[in-house]
Each structure stands twice: as structure tokens, then as C-alpha cells.
Design a protein around this ligand. Sequence first.
Ligand SMILES: N[C@@H](CCC(=O)N[C@@H](CS)C(=O)NCC(=O)O)C(=O)O
Length: 205
Amino acid sequence: MKLWYSTTSSFARKVVATLKYHQLENQVEMLRITDSFDPNSPHNQHNPLGRIPALQIENGEWLFGSLLISQYLDSIGLQPTLFPMNGKRWQVLGLHALVEGILENTTPMIVVERRFRPENEWWKARHHQLMERNIRSFMQLEEKLAKFGDELNIGTLSAVCLIDWWQFRPDNTGYDLEKNFPNLTEWAAKMNTKYPCLQTTTPTV
Ligand SMILES: N[C@@H](CCC(=O)N[C@@H](CS)C(=O)NCC(=O)O)C(=O)O
């Protein structure tokens, strides 16, 4: 298998952490890119959507989307599943959906404009609207996480990726998560200490 990924993307970290959790590293050739937004970045040749992560599986097919890729890796891994089939399934997937929603509210508009456009061209009213939604979502995230403690599943794993990314790229959001939601950042720090698949994948440039 082959994986297009970066060490800065929260979506890619979800997949790499799943891979490490299931100890599948020796089955995957890791193809690192440094700028997912660059139209000339090599991952574009395999993913028409132009995004990372993208995983090529054994039959040659490429899978896109971090949830789908994580699900695939989880299905071939030998460790206990990150996608429980018991009564917790919908809580876990609901948590994942909230995390994903915050990232989708943030990356395509706020991050892209803050990184690549001069400030006088930002659509500030839209940034404000999206950040207001994110803040409400962070409140709900705190409530949802309280039910999981330090358990590892695809929801909590994704939440750690989100929270760490937010602290890693403060300029991309303009919002201090640690100051406003210290419970979230403290919880993520504990999760990183407890789980090697998280500890070894914290974002770096
Ligand atoms: N829903 C996708 C989102 C992936 C995504 O947006 N990745 C970003 C990097 S964080 C990307 O590749 N962006 C490139 C672009 O938008 O040009 C997933 O879950 O994998």
C-alpha cells in the first residue's frame, strides 16, 4: 500500500495514527508531501480531489477521505477496533462528525484565506460566522468528550488531532484554543502521553 500524507494535516494524522495503532507501518510506503494546497504537489496525480490523505490499497485502487481510509486500515488491523460495533458506535461516529465538521468549517475558507490571501481580501463576515459555529462546536466537543474519558476510538483520536492542530497553527485560525478551552488542550496532552500512536504523530513542519 501507499499513503500520501503530510506531518501538518490533522486529517492525515488521523490516518497515520490509525496505521500506527494497528502496527501496519511495514505494509505501507509513506509518501510525504509538504504543501497539500500546491497544484503541482504529486498527490494530485492520484486524487482528483487534490487532497491528502490518499491511500492506495492492494488492488491498486486509491481511497480518499480520512474516515474511509481509517476504516479500511482498521478493518485489516489486528488490534481492537477503533470503530466499535456495540452501543457506543453512534456516539463515537457522532464525536468524529463533530470534529470533522469543525475542520471542514475551518480549512477550506479560514485557513486558506489567512494563509494565501492578503488580509484586505479576506471574507471576514464569513470567517466570523464560521468561528462562531466552531466555538459552539468546541463547547459541545467538551461535553461529548466527558463521556469517553481517556478511551481511544476514532472519535477521540480525531479530537486529539483537531485540538493539537489548532495549537500548532494558531496563525491559521486566529483563535487561541488553549486560552478559551483549557480542558480540551489538557485532555489532548494526556491522550498524547498515554497512547504511542498519538505521541509519535504530533504535528511538525
Ligand atoms: N474530508 C477530507 C479532507 C482532507 C483535506 O481537506 N485535506 C487538506 C489538508 S489538511 C488538503 O489536502 N487540502 C488541499 C486543498 O484543499 O487544496 C478528509 O477527511 O481526508
